[in-house]
Design a binder for this molecule. Structure first.
Ligand SMILES: Cc1cc2nc3c(=O)[nH]c(=O)nc-3n(C[C@H](O)[C@H](O)[C@H](O)COP(=O)(O)OP(=O)(O)OC[C@H]3O[C@@H](n4cnc5c(N)ncnc54)[C@H](O)[C@@H]3O)c2cc1C
Ligand SMILES: *[C@@H]1O[C@H](CO)[C@@H](O)[C@H](O)[C@H]1NC(C)=O
Ligand SMILES: *[C@@H]1O[C@H](CO)[C@@H](O)[C@H](O)[C@H]1NC(C)=O
Ligand SMILES: *[C@@H]1O[C@H](CO)[C@@H](O)[C@H](O)[C@H]1NC(C)=O
Ligand SMILES: *[C@@H]1O[C@H](CO)[C@@H](O)[C@H](O)[C@H]1NC(C)=O
Ligand SMILES: *[C@@H]1O[C@H](CO)[C@@H](O)[C@H](O)[C@H]1NC(C)=O
Length: 464
């Protein structure tokens, strides 16, 4: 298990009671709804609000204690200042603006987060990486991107899949003379794992036109008061008892025809409940592990088992002890294109609270909070010894932590060549189940767009 603690313990309970559970949900309270949504992150919340607005009854099953998924906002207890340490911003488009206004959040044009003066340091030894800077993406990159419009709003690949998209990114850059874009592309935020192993397909899918509009034209919005989690708090208030927090599906049945609907047995803090719904929106990370309680058949298993997410953790630390006029970004002194070594802290960014930083941590395998914070602390102590003006006696204090694993689910070149993405699209609606969530695009706004395009089909199926 590589989910957060609460999810793991619930799942352990689920497997320990697997036999008992089937009988155990009988006779419990029945929640009858048109649509059940599993996962209350960016896409699950969007689906629930919009389905409700279109006259459908919904229920959301979310394993954590709040909606929002990768969106995490901490409030400084002394000043109330919001600190977003997960999702930072949204693409400025009508879909995002409509969602903000639906949830009474005032959208304001924003710029990329304040990173002050960037210092590039090899965090493994604290030495500065000299003469390093990140040039903007070249026009050659943009021309290459325009060759693949089908990667902009999803992964709708032609058949056969262009072989060049299945090269690793270093191979692609080499082949197409884009090595000048190495620093810019390797600076994609919040990408887990070893960047040199990423396929070109995923780089273009991520660093797409929308992302370029954000970087080049500043097409970015965020909550005017800086608190991104407000969207999800307001959504929770709006959905009320239609959201089951700290809850997981123990087991479920999904019929093969729309009329057969979906039945879920859910473990909530108030005990077990049954959900009886017409259709199911699967908005948790689409990995086999999360699908398991729904008894996936061979077809679903074969597809979902090909996707693997990466490991990524974030947190907030105060008593940082380093000059607060900088951001600190990890780069390798002697690595390929100065990529930061993994596992390790990717960066420390300043916040509006003096001396308090948020950090992102990249890993190749799962880690506990204790492991992440111990390594982050050692990294800070190392930087305190090498950065001029640091206070070496400052003892870092950790305020917040979140696991974002499994992040960015990807498949291998071989299975993509064989048509895994065609298979994923073909799964939509199969066994009354609809997949949204970040399997096909990365940014929240794009995910909302993809979700909104799926809603008419989900509604139609629920009315059959
Ligand atoms: C550190 C970080 C920063 C990012 N910054 C940005 C940004 O600035 N702008 C941007 O547009 N995008 C950003 N992203 C990308 C982000 O992933 C997407 O924008 C979006 O939040 C993904 O939404 P989602 O619904 O697919 O997944 P999530 O938001 O992760 O939602 C999935 C939900 O399902 C729940 N869940 C998981 N398993 C289960 C289960 N078995 N049962 C029930 N519930 C379950 C989870 O708790 C979670 O709430 C960032 C990602 C990370 C990790
Ligand atoms: C938005 O504000 C209106 C007016 O105050 C209120 O009726 C409504 O419930 C709010 N909706 C949300 C989602 O906060
Ligand atoms: C960095 O740039 C300066 C000035 O251009 C140059 O003198 C120095 O040798 C460079 N250092 C490295 C490590 O490349
Ligand atoms: C890449 O650059 C080399 C040398 O400048 C040139 O010979 C080659 O044709 C270029 N390749 C492509 C695909 O543009
Ligand atoms: C940042 O702060 C440190 C310590 O206060 C100081 O030594 C350094 O000159 C400052 N740097 C800049 C660019 O202002
Ligand atoms: C939403 O996606 C469609 C394609 O699926 C695209 O044509 C449209 O431009 C997207 N809208 C936004 C606001 O990105």
């Amino acid at each position: 298990m590589k989910l957060i603690t609460i999810g793991s313990s619930f799942s352990l309970v689920a497997s320990a009671l697997a036999i008992d559970v089937r009988a155990g949900c009988r006779g419990t309270e029945v929640i009858a709804r048109d649509i059940a949504v599993i996962g209350g992150g960016a896409t699950g919340t969007y689906a629930a609000i919009n389905l409700k607005d279109q006259g459908k009854s919904v229920v959301v099953v979310e394993q954590r204690g709040s909606l929002g998924g990768h969106t995490s906002t901490y409030h400084d207890p002394a000043t109330g200042t919001p600190i977003n340490y997960g999702v930072q911003l949204h693409h400025d488009d009508q879909i995002a603006r409509d969602f903000y206004s639906r949830l009474n959040v005032t959208a304001s044009q924003a710029s990329f987060p304040d990173t002050r003066i960037p210092l590039y340091i090899d965090f493994t030894d604290g030495s500065p990486v000299l003469n390093y800077s990140i040039p903007p993406l070249s026009d050659d990159y943009i021309q290459a991107l325009h060759k693949y419009p089908y990667l902009e709003n999803g992964i709708e690949l032609p058949d056969p899949v262009p072989e060049e998209l299945l090269l690793t990114w270093p191979e692609y850059m080499e082949r197409f003379n884009l090595t000048g874009d190495a620093f810019a592309t390797y600076s994609m935020p919040a990408v887990p794992g070893d960047l040199t192993k990423y396929l070109a397909l995923y780089v273009f899918n991520y660093l797409n036109s929308g992302m370029l509009e954000e970087e080049r034209e500043g097409k970015i919005i965020m909550n005017a008061d800086g608190d991104l989690a407000e969207l999800y708090r307001n959504a929770l208030a709006e959905l009320g008892s239609d959201v089951l927090l700290n809850s997981v599906v123990l087991h479920g049945q999904r019929g093969s025809k729309p009329a057969d609907g979906v039945k879920l047995c859910v473990l909530t803090p108030k005990g077990r409940k049954q959900i009886v719904a017409k259709q199911l929106v699967f908005a948790a990370p689409a990995e086999l592990e999360n699908l398991e309680p729904l008894s996936p058949d061979e077809r679903e298993k074969n597809i979902m088992s090909e996707f693997k997410g990466g490991f990524y953790f974030t947190g907030i630390v105060t008593n940082f002890g380093l000059p607060t006029n900088y951001s600190y970004t990890n780069r390798g002194q002697n690595t390929e294109s100065h990529i930061a070594s993994v596992p390790g802290v990717a960066m420390f960014n300043p916040t509006n609270v003096e001396g308090t930083y948020y950090y992102w941590y990249n890993s190749l395998s799962d880690m506990t909070r204790g492991q992440v914070e111990a390594d982050t602390r050692n990294t800070i102590k190392r930087l305190q010894r090498t950065v001029a003006g640091a206070d070496v006696s400052a003892e870092p204090k950790f305020l917040e932590y979140k696991s974002h694993s499994p992040l960015h689910r990807t498949a291998s070149a071989d299975v993509i060549r064989k048509g895994i993405y065609r298979d994923v699209y073909s799964l939509q609606g199969y066994r009354n189940t609809w997949y949204t969530g970040s399997l096909l695009v990365v940014g929240s706004s794009q995910l909302w767009n993809l979700t909104s395009q799926l809603l008419p089909r989900i509604i139609a199926a629920s009315e059959q």
